[in-house]
Design a protein around this ligand. Structure first.
Ligand code: GAL
Length: 365
């Protein structure tokens, strides 16, 4: 009788544990010692830019070092591909989703599905808009990125002392990327007073974000727009500065300018900003074509994301440092912000090479 009771209790408790596991909806495998391996679904926008590939690799490495499994997917800048990749991850019942959206406005439905299945979501670098299910956000201070670009232009043209006027043209990032507006607003917070004072002149007259935004952050589209600006507004005048929000766009702008003879003794390159410290742009900075880039150490962003996920999984308090800025239309998403920094010809060695972010060989001509 005693034996039977014991057996029954064992069956009941095993059943209870299995039920608990099903209820938790965990995809985890049992590890030795009883703890579970959690799987993190990582959805990145594309491999077209070096930075996203780095982000994906850094996260994969760091999650795996902490005994997580990862499922890293890149969506080649196609929204339907990204949606179906995330849907697949939900079907596989990953434990947490880390998502850098292509179109911030296009993931509300899929995030709602994740929420229904109790899968926490961390928005990575770019915010996911109109979605209740976004739990946290890890990014760089996007407004500050623009401020650094604007301030760099002001300092290099010495606008505090020089009367000018200097000619400037403005570019914006992808209109469906929530970051792009922050970059632009940050830059304009610095540049607008000089435009109002007529020390800076936008000869094309194009200052509206929707007019200057570059779909998909595409370099070739930026090059075509710069070609148009040069042939319509700069047949007689020089352009002295170009606000380019990232390196891909800066590369397009540089090609266009070189095409009409900028970069020679009698026609010097304008001040051209950028962002991401992509190897091609750092080469261009060394060659004095592009002038600066805003460096966002994606290794550090990956570290922050891994730490936040770790805290989420453990049910601990997730450390954030901004609870006000990032309203996605449904909620203000608690955010961990990192600091961007300027890299130019004078400091790139120290900031980019000595830190191990890029190898000297990658930025040699
Ligand atoms: C932004 C990101 C930038 C840049 C751009 C193009 O959202 O913050 O670092 O890479 O997308 O991919």
């Amino acid at each position: 009788m005693k034996m039977k009771l014991k057996k029954l209790m064992l069956v009941v408790s095993t059943l209870a544990v299995s039920l608990l596991l099903v209820a938790c909806g965990s995809s985890g495998d049992k590890k030795e010692g009883g703890s579970e391996t959690k799987t993190i679904g990582i959805s990145m926008p594309s491999k077209a830019l070096e930075r996203w590939e780095k982000d994906g690799n850094f996260m994969k490495d760091q999650f795996e070092k902490k005994d997580y499994k990862t499922d890293v997917q890149y969506a080649q800048d196609s929204v339907p591909t990204q949606v179906s990749q995330i849907e697949n991850m939900i079907t596989k019942n990953v434990d947490v989703l880390v998502i850098a959206p292509i179109d911030g406005e296009a993931l509300s439905d899929v995030v709602a599905k994740a929420k229904k299945q109790d899968i926490p979501v961390l928005a990575y670098d770019r915010l996911i808009m109109h979605a209740e299910g976004v739990d946290y956000y890890a990014t760089f201070d996007n407004f500050k990125v623009g401020v650094l670009q604007g301030q760099f232009i002001v300092d290099k043209l010495n606008l505090e002392k020089e009367a000018g006027p200097f000619n400037i043209e403005l570019f914006g990032g992808a209109p469906d990327d929530n970051n792009a507006k922050f970059f632009f607003d940050g830059a304009m917070s610095i540049l607008q007073p000089y435009i109002d004072d007529k020390k800076l002149v936008v000869k094309s007259g194009q200052t509206d974000f929707n007019k200057i935004a570059i779909k998909n952050w595409d370099g070739a589209t930026a090059q075509a727009r710069m070609d148009n600006l040069l042939s319509s507004a700069y047949t007689k005048d020089q352009v002295d500065a170009v606000l380019a929000p990232n390196d891909a766009i800066a590369v397009g702008v540089v090609s266009s300018l070189k095409g009409v003879g900028y970069g020679k003794e009698d026609r010097k390159m304008p001040i051209i900003t950028g962002q991401d410290a992509e190897a091609a742009s750092v080469k261009s900075i060394i060659a004095e074509e592009q002038t600066m880039t805003v460096f966002k150490n994606t290794q550090k962003l990956a570290e922050a994301a891994v730490k936040m996920v770790d805290e989420m999984v453990a049910g601990e308090k997730v450390e954030v440092n901004d609870k006000d800025t990032y309203d996605n239309g449904k909620k203000v998403v608690p955010t961990y912000l990192l600091e961007p920094v300027v890299a130019d010809k004078d400091n790139y060695k120290e900031i980019l090479i000595d830190s191990g972010y890029l190898k000297e060989s990658e930025v040699k001509k």
